[in-house]
Design a protein around this ligand. Structure first.
Ligand SMILES: Cc1cc2nc3c(=O)[nH]c(=O)nc-3n(C[C@H](O)[C@H](O)[C@H](O)COP(=O)(O)OP(=O)(O)OC[C@H]3O[C@@H](n4cnc5c(N)ncnc54)[C@H](O)[C@@H]3O)c2cc1C
Length: 287
């Protein structure tokens, strides 16, 4: 389908972008890689009157270490996440997840900022960012603020971003050396959104889980942080009984829709299966 007509703006600085969005009001939308927004416009699910292209803002690029955190510019593409030696060394979960998003063509343009700001429960990065305890830096006309990923998602396509705010960077605490992580995603075919997916980051001490965090993708209106399931595995050696309990706790917080990925009951069951696999893989990778 052909999207409705819109005005196109290409600011040269973040200040200009924020001012434009504030002036244009709720009918304006930031455009990053365009690989969620443009399909939505073609399907007539979104009809912004103004697109504010963030592609010219070099401040929103780059991947760097800042103390105990990695800071990723919102306009870093998924391809850049995959190519980053820094991320491969410090937070390999991000590379592993990026490789499971869509296909290379989408990943060359799709950005981390767009993926987490979009609010689509099918996006893979939000649950991973909740699992990692990330925070989002945003800028608006009244200044800057930081929002925890775990508090950002309010409903399908509803986030804590106020109209006119731009997500500028994602701050991720660097997990301890020797941690293990995994992202397990069930999809119908290569490049598809998740039927169910689970992210795990854990550390081991003496063969027992010392810390654990779990995120779940596309299993409710928002990404999920499975706090209770993580608590169940802490202090254990991840014996089969404990893994079954954790999987049941994760399944209990899901509320997926029945859709073309399968019936809700199947998707819930797959949440437990993905979590069990992710726990096993993260444990095998932990030093
Ligand atoms: C065929 C196909 C398959 C896909 N498969 C997957 C998949 O398996 N998993 C997955 O996670 N994604 C998938 N995607 C989506 C893809 O990852 C998108 O690139 C991503 O969701 C959005 O990033 P973007 O940079 O393209 O953002 P855009 O499409 O430009 O924007 C998305 C939304 O976020 C807002 N936004 C963007 N950047 C900012 C910002 N900095 N500040 C404030 N608001 C902002 C926009 O206004 C818009 O509402 C797929 C896309 C396609 C076309």
């Amino acid at each position: 389908m052909i999207p409705g007509s819109f005005a196109y703006h290409r600011p040269k600085s973040l200040t200009e972008a924020v001012a434009l969005l504030a002036d244009l009001g709720e009918e304006a939308r930031p455009r990053a890689g365009g690989h969620s927004l443009i399909p939505m416009m073609k399907l007539l699910f979104a009809a912004p009157e103004h697109l504010v292209d963030l592609g010219g803002l070099s401040d929103l690029k780059g991947i760097r270490v800042d103390g105990s955190e990695v800071v990723i510019g919102a306009m870093a593409t998924q391809h850049e996440l995959i190519s980053s030696d820094l991320l491969a060394e410090k937070i390999p979960l991000i590379r592993e997840t990026s490789l499971q998003i869509a296909d290379p063509q989408v990943r060359y343009l799709g950005t981390l900022g767009g993926n987490v700001a979009n609010g689509d429960p099918g996006n893979d990065m939000p649950a991973v960012m909740m699992c990692l305890g990330a925070a989002y830096e945003v800028a608006g006309k009244t200044g800057q603020r930081r929002i925890a990923a775990r508090e950002f998602y309010r409903g399908a396509y509803v986030t804590a971003l106020a109209p006119g705010e731009v997500l500028t960077a994602i701050r991720i605490p660097i997990p301890p050396a020797g941690h293990g992580s995994a992202y397990e995603k069930l999809k119908r075919k290569i490049g598809d959104y998740a039927t169910a997916a689970a992210a795990v980051v854990l550390t081991l001490t003496g063969g027992r889980v010392a810390t654990c965090s779990i995120g779940l993708t596309n299993l409710a209106d928002t990404p999920l942080w499975a706090e209770q399931a993580a608590k169940i595995v802490i202090g254990t050696s991840l014996d089969p009984g404990t893994v079954r309990q954790a999987a049941a706790a994760a399944e209990a917080i899901t509320s997926p829709a029945s859709d073309n990925h399968g019936p809700a009951s199947y998707r819930t069951k797959m949440a437990g299966v993905m979590l069990s696999r992710a726990l096993a893989r993260a444990k095998a990778r932990a030093a």
